[in-house]
Design a protein around this ligand. Structure first.
Ligand code: ZN
Length: 219
């Protein structure tokens, strides 16, 4: 509990200070206790797979979300279990050898976004180590793995319309981190005002004791 709360606050703080494109890498670096520069070099598929695992550790594996049917606007609550495994281990057979495809990193993405033709720049970063003759196959293998890792098929309960949602672990985890960090800081502030305790002291309290003191602080 205490450790989880410290990890939530540290990774939220790292993410809050980072630009949007760097944020998932910054959050992961704080959680893994490594340099951001290092996390920025990890392939995005690998980065996201690691974020899925961290999200399961911090908030549980199941995700509950609400979507609205694009055909009839009916609200639909749905549950799913994100899997991060496929996006980072793609390989193709080419001229008798197995080519492992890593895909672009956060740094590749940032460089591409700053270039004149982002799509082209990202494509060449992705195919940097892939022989010319295998490039087309490599791109479609990566695209398929990416879609499989991030797409959720939904069916409307009202009108049976089918559609696919793209799941982004970076966005989901960030939303949960921000909400949880805000709640933790409110608890720390309340107990600091009432009893003069430090953040460290408050975070060391288990949930039951913390809730009991929060109730006392409000009486
Ligand atoms: Zn519908």
């Amino acid at each position: 509990m205490a450790q989880r709360d410290r990890q939530v606050l540290a990774s939220w703080e790292a993410g809050a200070a980072a630009d949007l494109a760097i944020r998932p890498a910054a959050v992961l670096a704080a959680l893994e206790n490594v340099d951001v520069a290092q996390a920025r070099q990890w392939p995005i598929g690998e980065r996201d797979a690691a974020l899925v695992e961290w999200r399961a550790r911090l908030f549980g594996r199941d995700v509950t979300a609400v979507a609205h049917c694009p055909a009839c606007s009916t609200g639909l609550e749905f549950h799913f279990v994100p899997e991060g495994g496929t996006g980072c281990r793609v390989s193709i057979e080419h001229s008798g050898t197995t080519l492992a495809l890593a895909g672009p990193s956060t740094d590749d993405l940032i460089a591409a976004l700053a270039s004149a033709d982002p799509a082209k720049a990202l494509r060449s970063a992705t195919l940097r180590e892939v022989p010319e003759s295998a490039r087309e196959e490599a791109l479609s293998a990566l695209a398929a793995a990416h879609a499989a890792a991030g797409e959720i098929e939904l069916v409307c309960v009202d009108c049976s319309h089918r559609w696919a949602l793209t799941f982004d672990i970076g966005t989901l985890l960030w939303r949960e981190l921000a909400a949880t960090a805000a709640r933790l800081m409110r608890e720390v502030a309340t107990l600091a005002r009432a009893f003069g305790w430090s953040e460290r002291t408050v975070l060391a309290l288990g949930r039951a004791r913390r809730d009991a003191y929060l109730a006392l602080a409000e009486t």
